[in-house]
Design a protein around this ligand. Structure first.
Ligand SMILES: CC(=O)SCCNC(=O)CCNC(=O)[C@H](O)C(C)(C)COP(=O)(O)OP(=O)(O)OC[C@H]1O[C@@H](n2cnc3c(N)ncnc32)[C@H](O)[C@@H]1OP(=O)(O)O
Ligand SMILES: CC(C)C(=O)C(=O)O
Length: 571
């Protein structure tokens, strides 16, 4: 069996909705919906190994800390473990006053009874009743027609009200889900829902929740939005109803479906952290909340330490979160490619305190979620000068001039071509030190330069270089005159070696501040009529840093011609 040439013989397109005056396309989400976490119920029922009480408690506490005010804590009639967990929350007074727990029950009398038993003594509870309404479920699973489905829903809605009346110490909210709403004819969903809200006498002082699940996501997000808007406009007792959606992610568009549903009139959304849940998962609540945040809308949920949250979720679910997962994956703030790195580096440099966030390739400031900028740029064979120099700048304080960035990126590229491996900041620093002889030039100056003022803006510089370093047995004595120490040193080195050295460009800056500050000097040289190349010197003294830079460049020209600039034509 393989894929069909004509899938239409097997699969039907989802029905569309006649809604020519649909309003949701023009809506803008300007406030957060009510959030319901179903991690401990829908998320839990999808796990290979459902959470034990200790894991459930840890996740419950985490959800409370993040800021969820409504949390579906289980399906208490499903198992003793679920029942006991709900009892633990209540008996050990673990539910904060401003948090409401929700429990799910199917429309079956003995399971409803057990559900109410599980929440005895709770301050406030949402009891969530569901039954399937879709044609296939009516036909194949329940053997009921539409009237039978309405009767099933209303008779059990009534049971909820009766149980609640017997447990009057609790503040009750009722919720009803026509399960598989997205596969149910809209008129049927409407009839069932209206019948249920009539039983519950839904009104503004006693609102109930009507939850519209895309139990299995079968249609595009715009069609789901049409369905939600249609319900929003047609349901009876709308002001007594909190309209909720419960998207799944079978088509990979759960987030889009939720966002468009909010635009279409939904007041509340149900989902799980990082999209855990049945099959491809429930709606990812973090994704929707942070999408709002990046539009300037406060989500009312706090993800300031998103990595810690991920670790907790991974521990509780015993499932990993993908490295590319929106907002939280290990790699989502990382650019490997050169042009992206270049733009990020320039945008960070241009950014001023208080500016609106406008960093290319970074839709959110990682620091808002407790991430550092460390991982923003990582260097591999797809990277360019921007990323390499960004790492040297952020980790080692070096601000390489543009032409040096270009020169050095070719050195790094050659290493990468050999190894094919990613290089981290310390690898790049080691290559930089080796290429520009940062340690070696420190040993080269056998006798520190002696500088004498000769008047008329001229100085004389005398020094001696270590013989082995200069390529001969004896120390190389230097004596030169110039209009400053660098000029005099270049003159001295040119005379002693016979290489005409020309300084083409000069940059310097300090690294750090106070007593620990050092100077970095970058000199672009031409040695003996060859191609231009850079020398780099770092020292506590700016004149010494420049002299080291001359030595670095001269030594590179003399000893490693392969690194001499080959990109003159491309700069
Ligand atoms: C889309 C969702 O996520 S809905 C939530 C789904 N979550 C879960 O199912 C997790 C917890 N569930 C469970 O642990 C179990 O299913 C239980 C304990 C609730 C029920 O277990 P069982 O009584 O063995 O039933 P089972 O799991 O086989 O469920 C199917 C039965 O329920 C019946 N059923 C389902 N909904 C209804 C309903 N509203 N009214 C009457 N019967 C129903 C089905 O027709 C089927 O009956 P059958 O065995 O006579 O054919
Ligand atoms: C019970 C309902 C809300 C559900 O989980 C679903 O339809 O996915």
């Amino acid at each position: 069996m393989s894929m069909l040439e004509n899938p239409a013989v097997k699969y039907r397109a989802a029905a569309t909705v006649r809604l020519p005056d649909r309003r949701w396309p023009d809506a803008v989400i300007d406030r957060a919906p009510i959030w319901l976490s179903t991690d401990l119920r829908d998320g839990n029922q999808a796990l290979i190994e459902p959470m034990d009480v200790q894991r459930k408690l840890r996740l419950f506490e985490t959800l409370v800390r993040v800021g969820f005010k409504e949390i579906e804590v289980g399906f208490p009639s499903a198992s003793q473990a679920d029942f006991d967990f709900v009892r633990t929350l209540i008996e050990e007074r673990l539910i904060p006053d401003d948090v409401t727990i929700q429990v799910l029950t199917p429309a079956r009398a003995h399971l409803i009874e057990r559900t109410f038993e599980s929440v005895q003594g709770a301050r406030q509870v949402i009891v969530h009743l569901y039954n399937a309404t879709a044609p296939v479920m009516r036909r194949v699973v329940l053997g009921l027609d539409v009237a039978g489905i309405i009767d099933l829903a209303t008779s059990h809605a009534r049971l909820l009200a009766e149980h609640a009346a017997r447990q009057s110490g609790t503040r009750w909210t009722f919720q009803y889900s026509p399960e598989m709403f997205s596969d149910t004819e809209l008129e049927v969903s409407l009839q069932v829902v209206d019948a249920v809200t009539a039983v519950w006498n839904a009104r503004p002082e006693q609102r109930c929740i009507i939850n519209l699940p895309s139990t299995v996501e079968h249609c595009t997000a715009n069609v789901f939005a049409d369905m939600v808007e249609w319900m929003h406009r047609h349901i009876a007792r709308r002001d007594g109803v909190v309209l909720c959606v419960h998207p799944h992610n079978d088509r990979g568009t759960g987030t889009a479906a939720a966002e468009l549903a909010i635009m279409a009139g939904a007041d509340r959304v149900e989902g799980c952290l990082f999209g855990n849940g049945e099959r491809t998962g429930n709606l990812d609540l973090v994704n929707v909340a942070l999408n709002l945040y990046t539009q300037g809308v406060a989500p009312g949920l706090d993800f300031s330490d998103i990595d810690e949250l991920r670790r907790t979720v991974e521990y509780c679910n015993q499932l990993p979160v993908h490295p590319r997962h929106p907002y939280v994956g290990d790699l989502v703030y990382t650019s490997f490619s050169g042009s992206h790195q270049d733009a990020i580096k320039k945008a960070f440099a241009a950014r001023r305190e208080g500016d609106a966030w406008e960093i290319p390739y970074l839709p959110i400031d990682p620091k808002d979620l407790g991430r550092s900028y460390e991982a923003v740029i990582r260097v591999n064979s797809q990277s360019g000068k921007g990323g390499i120099s960004y790492l040297l700048e952020t980790e080692y304080g070096l601000e390489l001039p543009r032409r040096l960035q270009i020169e050095f990126s070719q050195v790094v590229q050659a290493v990468m071509d050999d190894s094919g491996k990613e290089l981290n900041a310390s690898d790049i620093w080691a290559i930089f030190g080796r290429e520009y002889g940062l340690g070696r030039v420190d040993d080269a100056i056998a006798q520190p330069p002696c500088i004498t003022d000769r008047g008329h803006g001229q100085v004389e510089l005398q020094a001696s270089l270590d013989g082995a370093w200069a390529g001969g047995p004896a120390p190389l004595l230097l004596d030169g005159i110039g209009n400053g120490p660098v000029d005099a040193f270049v003159d001295a080195l040119s005379k002693a070696t016979g290489d005409a050295i020309q300084v083409l460009d000069y940059h310097e800056h300090s690294i750090g501040a106070g007593a620990q500050a050092r100077a970095a000097a970058y000199l672009e040289l031409r040695v003996g009529g060859g191609a231009s190349l850079f020398g780099v010197g770092i020292d506590a003294n700016i004149a010494t840093a420049s002299i080291k830079a001359v030595l670095s460049g001269w030594h590179r020209a003399a000893c490693s011609p392969s690194t001499v600039n080959q990109q003159d034509a491309t700069v």
